[in-house]
Design a protein around this ligand. Structure first.
Ligand code: HEM
Length: 527
């Protein structure tokens, strides 16, 4: 895709800013190491297994015929159903919900969680699409349960869109992780003496993807509680694996590569099973050159400060290039003076598990001593690009296939913005000043910020975007012939349940809506 695209940029970052500098720790951080479990010390439980099971149970109510249900976060409202026994969903959701924003909801986070868990813990790479839509209420029930007959499982998977071989495969792929917990299934897993609870695992390597679930089943060494459980009624894995005379599962036991490939494609299908009204995005690949948090700041002295960061994908620190920024002015013209340096040091390195271990380098716009580049406000800026000088003294221009990286200089934060204590002495008020090009004549200028909403009963969460309108400032002393100032006060209470405490500026000019990247009010100067 072409930068910028706020939804795809956010998904790309969640997928590929995994570890190291600028990491988005929410996914990989909770899966490292793979036996990590955030909630209590029950032996054999893990976030990895909870996250994968959550994605399956959310998807499993899909109806392929009428196109309803699928991976839509309706699991948030369905946790008290017998088919969703155990606290794994609650555990998974209360972590994954923390990352949501106006661009990426709970359903996308459930899918991201399962994908990342699978890959981080030795599974193959799953292509990822975003754009799932969160359900606002429970859907019809229909997750398969262990006491049901083979026929009912076959028809349940058919309803979900999977044939019998795919059913065997998907169950084996999922049950490469985790196990059955006594407290959730007391009739299936007995409680040994002297422990409060226990989880009996599906194979001997419950925290990592491998074909042991098939191998141990075929060798007769399995301890899978849904195969060798003392109550044959709940031995659903035994009935499912054996339903084609063990042909599929024996193939997986004999050939771990075929198991990997089969799980890779079925996991992708599982995560992409959504209501037919939902249109998923393209498969998101890492951008080779990705600007982030690019912002202009109006200084009121004839200059604008350009700041932000740029990530260069799949470059090792030992080959760190030197990078030059070049830009075009408001009219699209460039000049030999429209150039700046990018700052980098050996700490600004990230690592990503993506078809192997990839490293990415981050650079700041401007030298590290200031982290900004000065733009003359009279000529402004409309797009930028990079000249990358490799160790072999070759120079490569990175300009998004000639498009450049666009930036608007119509609306931006002014550096006269500041925060002051509120009259209650406890909270604060941000006095936000916004610079708007005097020739733009916006019909409306406002602030936007994401607010968390939660339903205490179900534990469901969602984001709403709150807005506060700005007015043309009565005091224009900081303004000049090119920019006028708008102002708005934002009490910190307005951001009370904002997940990021970040705010962006928006303006409506004709039928066009322009937005800036977001900033944190906590970084503003004190008045
Ligand atoms: C007929 C179909 C299935 C049945 C009857 C079934 C049944 C079960 C049961 C009873 C548990 C124990 C849950 C607990 O103790 O909290 C479990 C765990 C699990 N299932 Fe399934 N399952 C099925 C299909 C799947 C599929 C298709 C996947 C994923 C692709 C999957 C992934 C998991 C995972 C990862 C766990 C471990 C959870 C943990 O350790 O916390 N299952 N399953």
């Amino acid at each position: 895709y072409t930068w910028p695209n706020p939804q795809l940029d956010e998904l790309e970052s969640l997928l590929f800013d995994q570890q190291g500098y600028n990491e988005r720790g929410i996914l990989v951080g909770a899966l490292n190491p793979c036996d990590r479990f955030n909630f209590g010390d029950t032996v054999n439980r893990s976030n990895v297994a909870d996250w994968i099971r959550t994605a399956y149970h959310d998807m499993a109510t899909h109806n392929a015929e009428d196109g309803t249900g699928g991976l839509d976060a309706s699991i948030q409202f369905e946790q008290d159903r017998p088919e969703n026994a155990g606290n794994g969903f609650f555990n998974a959701l209360r972590h994954l919900q923390l990352g949501i924003s106006r661009y990426v909801g709970v359903a996308d986070f459930i899918a991201l969680g399962a994908k990342t868990a699978f890959e981080q813990c030795d599974g193959p790479t799953i292509p990822f699409r975003g754009g799932r839509v969160d359900a606002t209420e429970a859907g019809p029930p229909g997750v398969p349960q262990p006491q049901e007959s083979l026929d009912s499982h076959i028809s349940s998977f058919a309803r979900q869109g999977f044939n019998q071989t795919e059913m065997i495969t998907l169950v084996a792929c999922g049950h490469s992780f985790g196990g059955v917990q006594h407290s959730a299934f007391p009739d299936t897993v007995p409680l040994p003496a002297d422990v409060d609870d226990v989880s009996q695992t599906f194979d001997s390597t419950p925290f990592n993807f491998d074909n042991n679930v098939a191998l141990e089943y075929v060798h007769g060494t399995t301890n899978n509680p849904l195969v060798v459980g003392h109550n044959d009624t709940t031995n659903s894995d035994k009935r499912i694996f054996g339903s084609d005379g063990n042909a599929t599962i024996s193939g997986f036991a004999a050939d771990s590569d075929s198991f990997r490939t089969a799980c890779q494609s079925l996991f992708a299908r599982m995560l992409d099973t959504v209501p037919s009204t939902v249109q998923l995005t393209e498969v998101i690949e890492p951008l080779p050159v990705k600007p982030q948090d690019i912002a202009l700041l109006y200084m009121g002295d004839g200059t604008l400060r350009l700041s932000g960061q740029v990530r260069f994908w799949n470059v090792a620190e030992s080959n760190a290039p030197s990078v030059k920024l070049i830009w075009a002015d408001r009219e699209g013209k460039t000049d030999s003076s429209y150039t700046g340096v990018l700052g980098h040091n050996d700490q600004m390195v990230a690592s990503v598990l993506y078809n192997g271990n990839v490293s990415a380098l981050w650079y700041n716009i401007g030298p590290l001593s200031t982290n900004f580049t000065v733009v003359n406000e009279t000529v402004g800026i409309s797009k930028f690009w990079f000249e990358v000088s490799g160790g072999d003294s070759s120079i490569k221009t990175e300009h998004q296939n000639g498009v450049g990286f666009p930036i608007q200089d119509t609306v931006m934060l002014a550096n006269s913005s500041c925060t002051a204590p509120a009259p209650d002495g406890l909270s604060s008020i941000a006095h936000i000043q916004i610079a708007v090009r005097a020739d733009a004549h916006p019909s409306r200028v406002w602030l936007e910020y994401d607010l968390f909403n939660g339903d205490a009963g179900s534990g469901a969460t969602w984001i709403t975007v709150n807005t506060t309108d700005a007015q043309l400032a009565t005091n224009q002393t900081q303004a000049d012939s090119i920019y006028e100032l708008w102002s708005v006060d934002l009490p910190s209470s307005a951001l009370a349940s904002s997940n990021t405490r970040k705010v962006n500026i928006a303006a409506e000019i004709g039928s066009l809506k322009i937005t800036t990247t977001s900033f944190s009010t906590s970084t503003l100067a004190h008045c």
